[in-house]
Design a protein around this ligand. Sequence first.
Ligand SMILES: [Zn+2]
Length: 358
Amino acid sequence: MRSLIDVVDFSVEEINELIKTALDIQKNPDMYSESCKGKLLATLFFEPSTRTRLSFETAMLRLGGSVIGFSSASSSSASKGESVADTAKVISEYADIIAMRHYKEGAPLVASENASIPVINAGDGGHCHPTQTLADLLTIYRRHGRFDDITVGFCGDLKFGRTVHSLISALSRYKGVKIVLISPKELKLPEYVIKNVIEKSGLSYVETDSLEEYMSELDVLYMTRVQGERFEDKAEYERLKDSYILTPDKIVTAKSDMTIMHPLPRVNELSVKIDTDSRACYFMQVESGKLMRMALIIKLLKEAKDKNPERRLLNPELVADKFKCKNPACITSTEQEIIHYFKEVDGEYHCAYCDAKI
Ligand SMILES: [Zn+2]
């Protein structure tokens, strides 16, 4: 039985298949309106995220299924101290599929190891948010019809932006992709993403602090929010903050079919004056998210015939309980009697739940 914890859990072929289904759903919604009749989705949101939760719920309801769930930890049994593993076992007795958002990194992985129904990671702390990446991929495909040989600019907070890290990982599997990393030096893409994802896969990349420098080369411009609280030097923030706000004058040199994306919600980094430009695709991304979640639910329910949990932590290549993960945001810091698994990457050990290096 499959779950979706990280977007690279799915092969390129599987992602292509999801895109095909999503586009077919868009074309023929009535054909899918009873695809999940009688099936129940549980949205377990230990951390509030109304937009993501509503997207999952809409997806299931549009497929003719039903939804149960909660929208914050305080309204779940976690407030009484129930473990993620137990919650997953209990919900497996009620529902057919789980979408879980959790403030602890690795929580959906723990759930998938214990549930007898598929688990979709709907965001685990700062770690992964694979269904956002599926939405991003579908949007790029709808606009450009391919992933090979495209130039994608990422602008803003590249240090903490998990949607940026995930999309770079997903794109690293295609040919001829060029990445332009646009950020202030405080918010540069972390070294480990450059080393382990970009350089390892042979993606070509450049770094710049200017939004305009490579504008004319971009097929896609992925904007994110630059948060003032991330800066140690407030004067530096004041100096830079307006340079990463996308306004019509900044895209005068851009290609006429460039795609402007943003994971939303925006604050002020995207001027509303851009909204009417045909290149603005951030609301298309929202629709893509719903379509990909529909395709994903169909796929995982189809593959859920056998009720055995996916035990990826039993992988013999993992090292068990030799170290302890020190990341306070990791699920291993709170889950009862959990085995600390580590994977070896180039002689370094990384937590199997949160990917933190030991
Ligand atoms: Zn960890």
